[in-house]
Design a protein around this ligand. Structure first.
Ligand code: S3P
Length: 184
């Protein structure tokens, strides 16, 4: 398992957070980036800013397939930058083979893992998340968990249980587990 290598307080590699909707990828990523003194990129936000459209509108206009193409393109651009970033991905980033290769080759991947039941409590009615629109969030999350678990496992260098704990506690835990220089 790879471990992050820190140069002073700055990361010398990209860090990518993966996990299902509601895992806290955005807020934990922001906290981790602040504490590591690097730029935070939230891929969904990056896409929405680039296209000047909300996630709902992108899904409406292009469907999930179109969104996935945009997502892969965005992933390549963000992880192609020389400046290390903490990247919060969207929950479905691991579904495509190409994305998993890009993640593994260009970043240290951290899987924020929780049960579908725990995640369902956090996403509430699923506002702003097209895959949960007019559906039972728990049912969708159970299904996606079953479909994607192996994909998350495949890309993860580190797995963090986010079922409980505050954002600050979890980002501290990640830093404590990854700051060991050169450890394997
Ligand atoms: C998706 C998760 C969303 C967003 C899109 C699709 C998914 O991101 O990328 O709605 O397929 O699980 P979050 O995990 O940040 O909600």
């Amino acid at each position: 398992m790879g471990i992050l290598i820190y140069m002073d307080s700055d990361l010398c590699t990209h860090v990518a957070l993966v996990g299902l909707m509601g895992a806290g990828k955005t807020v934990i990523g922001a906290s981790l980036a602040r504490k590591s003194n690097v730029r935070h990129v939230d891929l969904d936000r990056w896409i929405q800013n680039s296209y000047g459209r909300s996630m709902g509108v992108i899904f409406n206009e292009r469907g999930e397939k179109g969104f996935r193409e945009i997502e892969t393109d965005a992933l390549k651009k963000v992880l192609g930058s020389e400046e290390p970033v903490v990247l919060s991905t969207g929950g479905g980033i691991v579904v495509q083979d190409e994305n998993r290769s890009i993640l593994k080759e260009n970043s240290h991947v951290i899987w924020l893992k929780a049960t579908p039941e725990g995640l369902a409590k956090r996403v509430g009615e699923g506002r702003g998340r097209p895959l949960l629109k007019d559906k039972d969030p728990l049912e969708v999350l159970q299904l996606l968990n079953a479909e994607r678990e192996e994909n998350y496992k495949e890309v993860a260098d580190l797995v963090i249980d986010v079922e409980s704990g505050t954002v600050e506690e979890i980002s501290d835990q990640i830093l404590a587990l990854t700051i060991l220089k050169g450890d394997k």
